[in-house]
Design a protein around this ligand. Sequence first.
Ligand SMILES: NC(=O)c1ccc[n+]([C@@H]2O[C@H](COP(=O)([O-])OP(=O)(O)OC[C@H]3O[C@@H](n4cnc5c(N)ncnc54)[C@H](O)[C@@H]3O)[C@@H](O)[C@H]2O)c1
Length: 366
Amino acid sequence: MKHTTALIGCGRISFKHIEAFVKNADKMILTAACDPVLSRAEEKAKEYRASLPGAGLAVYADYKQMLAESPPDIVTIATESGKHKDIAIDCLNAGCHVICEKPMALSTRDADTMNEAARRAGKKLAVCFQNRFNAPVQKLRAALEAGRFGRVLHGMVQIRWNRNEAYYAEAPWRGTWAQDGGTLMNQCTHGIDLLQWTLGEDATRVQAQTRRFLRPIEAEDFGAAIVEFKNGAVGIIEGSADIYPTNLNETLSVFGEKGSVVIGGLAVNKPETWRFADACIVGDTEDRVFNSNEKDPPTVYGFGHEALFKDFVAALDTGREPLVSGEKGKKALEIILAIYKSQKTGKPVDLPCDFSTMEMKGVFAE
Ligand SMILES: NC(=O)c1ccc[n+]([C@@H]2O[C@H](COP(=O)([O-])OP(=O)(O)OC[C@H]3O[C@@H](n4cnc5c(N)ncnc54)[C@H](O)[C@@H]3O)[C@@H](O)[C@H]2O)c1
């Protein structure tokens, strides 16, 4: 069975959604593209038809009209982050399942409201943390689940990227507390999700320093944090949008009693270190093949949207939860909001914590 699908928000990232619809064409059929800037929706329809000639999708300036006229099975949301909550809730209430771009929301309360709306509607909600589907990350996760690390001790994520003034000028919502947050919330959220996913998913305390060093934005362009987990593991976060002159690396490192893994490259795509005490037992070959040189993807967005959409459809078809459900997607958001709160208060912050980007207004005032 094919699931009818609509895209809401046809800006910079939407080409990855189109690509993923096309690659999952056996399971998903795009029936509408929506954007108040109608030419952008038309552009997406053109992109889709270029791969699937004859596809008869509609374009809408107002997604509410689309929901009223022909509500699809699935909606993917790729608008400004500050708009995700209201749009997701409208779609869930209209009977659609929702795949929402990261971050799912900009406050813990909004994330809870979205998860509650999905539960009430009996619909599925997923968040686009597509890097979880990178091949080396999946291998790392499998090694963790098989217990190959022994006790997990510490991990680190480094996001050393460049988002220049032109990037922020292109869409004025970027870097604002009301619609985006800073580089931790926008760019580093992927890496922070991977860190918490590999260190135990149960962060208990965060201490942080964030700065707005260079960029002409309201929010931070740099952050450093230490995250404690319930199982005793310690995570370290280094995230920057200021790296001169271009994107350098996004690297996840996980260290356990009996294993060390480092996955680097532009966007956590290249295995750099893969050492396990049991390597000769589970098979040297697998471990050596795994150390092969992977190429960087053409953009930092990687290839994960296709796999994430495939997983979502499989979740619908089998009745299980998607890998990155709304509940799972909230975890990185909560850590980032705790980082923000720690910067604001100058103190460590215990989780669960209730915070919003809007409470950061004025923190970096001149
Ligand atoms: N998963 C990733 O790797 C990744 C990468 C980049 C961006 N993102 C996320 O995707 C989202 C969009 O980012 P972007 O850089 O593409 O932004 P963008 O500004 O380029 O595009 C946003 C689009 O949404 C449209 N829009 C606004 N309100 C709308 C509404 N009510 N209905 C329909 N469309 C509406 C805007 O007109 C615009 O075309 C953000 O949440 C961002 O964090 C995710």
